[in-house]
Design a binder for this molecule. Structure first.
Ligand SMILES: NC(=O)c1ccc[n+]([C@@H]2O[C@H](COP(=O)([O-])OP(=O)(O)OC[C@H]3O[C@@H](n4cnc5c(N)ncnc54)[C@H](OP(=O)(O)O)[C@@H]3O)[C@@H](O)[C@H]2O)c1
Length: 165
């Protein structure tokens, strides 16, 4: 069985992005993202793919959802539907939904697990938000809290949730 996992960094007001970029630079969150996703398949929307500074993420099967699969996504598997994307992952142990908002929304009802970084700030200028979650369906199995420091402008915490069965 494949575990379908959402991974996202979310502010207190549910903000996740602005002008097609992230709203923060949190190196430890990037490290955690890399540790968790390396060696696995990742599914993302076309806009999130275009926000990656160096294109496809190395050592991962990059699957990009788009209605224009012929547009040329180097080192990626373009897919025209979530169903096609998930079919490409049938033999994977764990698959990560890495955003953005449109893709999180489609994956939320299907996901088994969520790795959420909570960013301790609000972003009134944000233009992209994580979808509303019914947290009563999720059990937190792990969390770690970190204060702001010279490399991290905001306090942040890592949370792992599994769907209650
Ligand atoms: N904080 C975080 O953890 C995090 C993570 C990821 C992204 N982000 C941020 O989120 C923002 C981008 O999110 P977004 O919601 O605007 O865009 P997105 O979800 O990254 O991409 C949306 C695009 O994906 C394609 N798509 C989505 N679902 C599809 C489906 N079922 N079938 C075919 N194509 C599909 C469409 O591409 P076409 O138009 O090509 O058809 C759609 O326009 C950026 O600001 C980014 O930095 C934040």
């Amino acid at each position: 069985m494949t575990t379908l996992s959402i991974i996202a960094a979310i502010a207190e007001d549910n903000a996740i992005g602005k002008d097609r970029q992230l709203l923060w630079h949190l190196p430890n969150d990037m490290k955690r993202f890399k540790q968790l996703t390396t060696g696995h398949a990742i599914i993302m929307g076309r806009k999130t793919f275009e926000s990656l500074p160096n294109g496809a993420l190395p050592n991962r099967k990059n699957i990009v959802l788009t209605t224009l699969p012929e547009a040329g996504f180097v080192n990626c598997f373009p897919c025209e539907s979530m169903k096609d994307a998930l079919e490409l992952c049938e033999n994977e142990e764990e698959v990560f939904i890495i955003g953005g908002a449109l893709v999180y929304r489609q994956a939320l009802a299907k996901a088994d697990k969520m790795y959420i970084t909570r960013v301790g700030a609000t972003f009134p200028d944000a233009d992209t938000f994580f979808p509303v979650v019914d947290w009563s369906q999720w059990e937190e199995v792990e969390h770690q809290l970190f204060p702001a420091d010279e490399k991290h402008a905001y306090p942040y915490s890592f949370h792992t949730y599994v769907r209650k069965r």
